[in-house]
Design a protein around this ligand. Structure first.
Ligand SMILES: C[S@@+](CC[C@H](N)C(=O)[O-])C[C@H]1O[C@@H](n2cnc3c(N)ncnc32)[C@H](O)[C@@H]1O
Length: 274
């Protein structure tokens, strides 16, 4: 075990910390994600989506937001890791109103062998599909997701890129009670494979290192759009983030376009209609 992998010492803030809670705080904003999904589905389909399937759901936080939105909404979260599903059930699902709880299920299932009702919306967020490293494997996932959609269903994925995304660099962001580190540890330009870690550091300087590790492939936007079309989606559209005129930073509003900018780092949504 290297120095970087040492578990935190008893009595430190890192030892007491909950890695799933820190993850949600650092990388998720389920309210704005669901705003985008809900509004975009309504614009494209002229009706509200009801059934949402959250692939690679982790704690199921996004599914919980979906059932909070409307009484007619139901959610199914799929993940292979029983530990994270149990955490989500205890800390997220059980905190919902009983009636809301009756409209959500977190299932231990492989997204490639999903066995549940057809969904109006399937989400594959926080770049989770990047764990499929070959074109064939990724196309197969997109194809099976398409089969899991209702006739007018829509798949929503996010993607990130820009020249900073290919560098072996570490970026840190302060949050209440901890600092979040996104560590792009190893990039292989020949295969496109990237090894990334998430670390958290606390006020007493203690660390939760390698709290999460991602061994995945950096897919480009042209590749993702082509593979989605190959998987059978009728229409595939990238939604780029608008710019706040005062700060020059992203404004959290995403719009459909075929022309992006050479930003060092960007995040987009891709919307793939069945
Ligand atoms: C990056 S996390 C995504 C968390 C969440 N979707 C989010 O937006 O923050 C990836 C999750 O995918 C799960 N996973 C990996 N392979 C899977 C598969 N084949 N089927 C279902 N879940 C899988 C992992 O257990 C992990 O919880």
């Amino acid at each position: 075990m290297g120095k970087k992998d040492k578990p935190p010492r008893k009595g430190t803030l890192a030892y007491e910390a909950d890695r799933h809670a820190c993850y949600e705080e650092a990388v998720q904003c389920v309210e704005s994600e669901i705003d985008f999904v809900d509004d975009t589905y309504k614009k494209l389909r002229r009706r509200r989506a009801k059934v949402l399937r959250e692939d690679f759901c982790g704690t199921g936080n996004t599914s919980c937001e979906w059932v909070r939105r409307r009484k007619t909404n139901t959610a199914i979260g799929l993940d292979l890791d029983q530990e994270v599903l149990d955490w989500g059930r205890r800390n997220r699902v059980e905190k919902l109103e009983p009636e809301q709880q009756s409209r959500i299920r977190l299932l231990n299932q492989d997204v490639l062998a999903a066995d549940c009702e057809a969904a109006d919306v399937i989400l594959a967020m926080n770049f989770s599909y990047q764990l499929f490293k070959t074109r064939d494997a990724l196309r197969e996932y997109f194809r099976r997701a398409r089969e899991g959609l209702s006739d007018d269903g829509i798949l929503f994925i996010d993607a990130y890129g820009g020249h900073d995304s290919y560098k072996e660099i570490e970026e840190k962001t302060k949050h209440k009670g901890f600092t979040y580190y996104w560590d792009q540890a190893k990039f292989n330009p020949i295969t496109g494979e990237m090894l990334c870690h998430i670390h958290f550091q606390f006020r007493d300087k203690s660390w939760l290192r390698n709290a999460f590790t991602y061994d995945w492939r950096m897919w480009t936007l042209p590749e993702l759009q082509e593979i989605l079309v190959e998987a059978g989606y009728r229409k595939v559209q990238v939604y780029w983030e608008g710019t706040d005129e005062e700060t020059g930073e992203g404004n959290g509003e995403y719009f459909p376009t075929n022309e992006g900018e050479d930003d060092p780092s960007w995040i987009v949504y891709i919307v793939a209609e069945k």
